[in-house]
Design a protein around this ligand. Structure first.
Ligand SMILES: NC(=O)c1ccc[n+]([C@@H]2O[C@H](COP(=O)([O-])OP(=O)(O)OC[C@H]3O[C@@H](n4cnc5c(N)ncnc54)[C@H](O)[C@@H]3O)[C@@H](O)[C@H]2O)c1
Length: 394
């Protein structure tokens, strides 16, 4: 029988729900796991009513004290789904207590925090994981496998966008718009994902960033307290404003070690796009194209095919035995969604903790630190209006 793994989840917002759902479902769909998660305890802030959250999602215990929770000797894996500034403190406690540790992306709000986390994890020899969940969409995992197998040959171009439009002036000053809590805006939120995906799919590392532009279009937003306390009903006069000091959009160019040229674009003000996380990779022998709003599909172009019939193939990545992770799910074309990426990641975390290999590589803290360095280099490029070599960013 598989060994159990007692999990403590720290946080219960958006990601708190996706991770709870993943732990709840994973062993029901993946029958071969060497470790099976037990939903031991969840932390939430008093006003969030963690007891109610625990009851709803199947956590055995609820707590408003994250410190004692991460130190609890019954816990095997601590999972952090808190705002970015709140990754470092619980991570350090968990590592000191000898726990395995998972955290949401980006690894931390700042490069300095991320560096501290990597060093502590190395010292503790801890198993660590970062939830770059898009790696575990079957179509993205397939893109990684195709590029690795040489299907598109030498890579020339990598084009990445992550476009959303929820960040207009009507959106209040959430933690996501405050540098001291988030580190950055669309950059750490969205570019983090596409930098990770580009590194994952190409298997290559970025060596230089240039031409970065970071723009804050909406400089003031309604304070959340004043919106929540009747600002909506009480009219505009009831609202107070605060400064948004993070980017709403960041664009930059990059070079990869093996010579590919890349572009990255993240925005929360890309009117018309809700969650368009997209990547295109063009190579000598072919190309791949992925768009998350159509996440079951991977487009593939075979540049070696007979020209008479050559064109983009639209692969529906739902075929068990052919496409990653699908074995655990539904019959062909019975469509997967956002939540499956998280459940697939929970399966891979359990595999690694049980001494087995993940279906596709899973980023640990050291790997996610490379993504964080790229994000930092892009911010430096934007600030100083210059090219930044990755060797300059430690
Ligand atoms: N992988 C993804 O696709 C994805 C998507 C969204 C967010 N994220 C990441 O997940 C993390 C959490 O984001 P979210 O969208 O769930 O945020 P959220 O605001 O919905 O929830 C955050 C939760 O953290 C806890 N929390 C808040 N402030 C805290 C504090 N000061 N001390 C302790 N706990 C606190 C609370 O339980 C809160 O509900 C962030 O790092 C974010 O970048 C990842």
């Amino acid at each position: 029988m598989a060994k159990t793994c007692n999990v403590a989840l720290i946080g219960q917002g958006f990601m708190g729900r996706t991770h709870s759902n993943a732990y709840l479902k994973v062993a029901k769909f993946f029958g071969d796991l060497p470790r099976v998660p037990v939903m031991h305890s969840v932390f939430g802030m008093k006003e969030e009513n963690p007891e109610q959250f625990a009851g709803k999602w199947g956590w055995q215990n609820a707590s408003t004290d994250w410190k004692s929770l991460v130190r609890n000797e019954d816990i095997d894996l601590v999972d952090l789904v808190t705002p970015n500034y709140m990754h470092l403190p619980p991570a350090m406690e968990a590592l000191a207590a000898g726990k395995a540790l998972a955290t949401e992306k980006p690894l931390a709000g700042t490069l300095a925090d991320a560096r501290e986390m990597v060093a502590a994890a190395k010292k503790a020899k801890a198993k660590t994981f970062v939830w770059y969940n898009y790696r575990r969409c079957p179509a993205v995992a397939l893109a990684h496998q195709l590029v690795k197998a040489g299907k598109i040959g030498r890579v020339y171009h990598v084009r990445c966008v992550y476009l959303q439009d929820w960040g207009g002036p009507e959106t209040p000053l959430l933690w996501r718009f405050q540098k001291k809590l988030a580190g950055s805006g669309a950059h750490g939120d969205l570019n983090a994902h596409i930098v990770d995906m580009a590194r994952f799919i190409t298997g290559d590392e970025i060596t230089e960033i240039s031409g970065a532009i970071a723009e804050t279009f909406i400089k003031e937003r309604d304070l959340l307290e004043t919106v929540a306390s009747g600002g909506l009903g009480g009219g505009k006069g009831a609202r107070k404003k605060g400064r948004s000091d993070v980017d709403d959009a960041v664009l930059f160019l990059a070079r990869f070690k093996n010579g590919a040229a890349a572009s990255f674009e993240a925005s929360r003000l890309a009117t018309g796009y809700k969650n368009q996380n997209g990547i295109e990779v063009h190579g000598e022998k072919g190309a791949i194209r992925f768009r998350f709003e159509d996440m079951n599909y991977l487009d593939y172009y075979d540049n070696t095919a007979d020209k008479k019939v050559q064109g983009w193939s639209r692969i529906i990545c739902t075929s068990a035995g052919n496409h990653p992770y699908v074995e655990a799910w539904w019959p062909d074309a019975h469509i997967l969604g956002y939540e499956h990426g998280f459940i697939n990641q929970a399966a891979d975390i359990m595999r690694v903790l049980g001494g087995k290999k993940p279906e596709v590589p899973i980023p640990d803290f050291a790997d996610a630190y490379e993504t964080q360095r790229v994000l930092e280099a892009a911010l430096l490029s934007a600030k100083n209006r210059c090219a930044v070599k990755m060797s300059e960013v430690k």
